[in-house]
Design a protein. Structure first.
Length: 483
């Protein structure tokens, strides 16, 4: 072979220019094809479609301060709508194969921590404010300052704590764990099952679902969580048809009269920006917004970098191309989630499944977003899933988030103790905010005692001072004569 032929046979350093869809999304330039992008879009959707079931269940199982609950069907519509729109926006504006939907962990904060202190409209208003604040941080360049303020291992501890919290919610919602009534005259707060042992068909469905999920995860089956939910829902429908089941909880599994129905947009636009400040108090509301920002902001950074690295899209400095634009869209997704009553929306690590199928551009998002759009009309099918079939997914998510504990240096007490408190306080007090506050306070106090106060970023000092007031609010109010 001649030298000229050898040169001609080498891959071109700069792919030939392409027009239309290919040129806009740089499909060829990134070494992909439209076929791969389509496959990737389908793969991403089917690995994260479980959120269409879990988000309505998590939000729908909670009551606000006034005892109001959100309609499951309307929540399915809201979840699918925001995921559809913001996934497409990320594809076009960010040109990354990075799908967006309601964030697990974030929805738990909204459902079990924020809503009990105010109305649902007020809670969703705080979600909108969270998204606005993230956008401001991005536009002003303060995201680097916020990122650097909190030690990396403390960020990982926050993720682990949220994972345990989510898993605990799953055990409780499924009836595997229940609160012991005060009339039992015992100091033990929870027990196995409803009477100290497992009883009934619904709990059996949950246990089988957990086993199925962990087996699928262990075998690295793509779409493991969704497969488990669908399978156990089918099992639950059969059990409901042949057995005498007294109570499934919120949802009784049964074949729906219709599969397709018009979406119900009644929840869209129901939010109050500043109502939560009046209901819960300014300090509490500020800390709740901060909790949402913290959970969303850092989780997004890890997801964006992780998926981009998997796709080989990081530049020579290890940076994500157009990271500012991507983070801005993610902040807008939080705003959209609150405005749509779907809870804060964020980038999904499950997007890596699409990358694994060859997706390298935002074109894959058009496919994923389109499938979420199709789900808008499948509400009857999505609202037959009982808690017991969906809760195993919460256990699986808790496990996946727990794996980050390996990155914490447990031999360094100055970081290990704050990390432990962060992780433990979240599930034990049923509050993500309490866990973050306990970890931050322990960190700054230990650093100060060790003579390393200068190592603590001033932002962390400021936030820790707020948490100190938050925890001591009762004696502070008494000293000030507020009550």
């Amino acid at each position: 072979m001649s030298e000229a032929q050898k040169v001609d046979d080498r891959p071109s350093a700069v792919p030939p220019a392409a027009g239309g869809v290919d040129g806009f999304f740089k499909i060829t330039a990134r070494g992909s094809t439209i076929g791969r992008e389509i496959r990737g879009g389908f793969a991403t959707f089917f690995t994260m479609a479980y959120i269409l079931v879990l988000n309505p269940i998590i939000l729908g199982s909670a009551k606000d301060k006034f005892g109001h609950t959100l309609d499951t069907g309307q929540l399915v519509t809201a979840t699918a709508l925001v995921a559809c729109v913001m996934t497409v926006v990320m594809g076009i504006g960010g040109n990354l194969p990075l799908a967006i939907a309601a964030g697990l962990g974030l929805n738990a904060v909204v459902a079990f921590q924020i809503a009990p202190l105010m109305s649902w409209d007020d809670a969703m208003g705080l979600v909108v404010l969270e998204g606005v604040l993230i956008c401001v941080l991005v536009l002003t360049g303060l995201r680097e300052a916020v990122m650097n303020a909190i030690p990396q291992q403390l960020k990982q501890a926050i993720g682990v704590g949220i994972g345990l919290f989510i898993a605990f919610i799953g055990f409780v919602d499924a009836g595997f764990v229940s609160r012991i009534s005060d009339v039992a005259h015992t100091t033990v707060p929870v027990q196995l099952g409803a009477v100290g042992r497992l009883t009934g068909w619904p709990v059996l469905v949950f246990c089988l679902g957990v086993l199925l999920t962990i087996v699928l995860l262990a075998r690295k089956v793509k779409g493991a969580i969704l497969i488990s939910i669908v399978t156990m829902t089918a099992v639950a429908i059969v059990i409901e048809a042949v057995a005498d089941v007294k109570n499934w909880g919120l949802t009784t599994p049964a074949v729906p009269d219709e599969i397709v129905a018009a979406p119900d947009f009644a929840l869209v636009g129901h939010f109050s920006l500043f109502g939560g400040f009046a209901e819960a108090g300014v300090l509490t509301a500020v800390l709740l917004v901060f909790t949402l920002v913290l959970s969303d902001f850092f989780d997004t950074m890890g997801t964006v970098v992780g998926v981009s690295a998997e796709a080989g899209l990081l530049d020579e400095r290890g940076q994500v191309p157009g990271i500012g634009r991507v983070l801005l869209i993610d902040g807008a997704a939080a705003v959209a989630g609150g405005a749509g009553s779907a809870s804060s929306n964020t980038a999904y690590i499950e997007s890596a499944a699409g990358v694994g199928e060859g997706a390298r551009t935002g074109f894959a998002n058009l496919v994923t977003g389109g499938l979420f759009g199709l789900a808008l009309f499948l509400t009857p099918l999505l609202t037959i899933v009982p808690l017991q079939a969906a809760a195993p997914a919460l256990i699986a998510v808790g496990f996946l988030m727990m794996t980050h504990v390996k990155h914490i240096d447990w031999d360094r007490y100055e970081i290990a103790i704050p990390a432990f408190l962060t992780i433990a306080v979240m599930p034990f007090t049923y509050s993500i905010t309490n866990g973050i506050g306990a970890g931050f306070l322990a960190y700054v106090v230990i650093k100060a005692v060790l003579g390393k106060a200068k190592e603590v970023n001033w932002l962390l000092w400021a936030v820790s001072a707020l948490f100190l007031v938050y925890f001591a609010i009762d004696p502070v109010e008494q000293l000030l004569g507020v009550k």
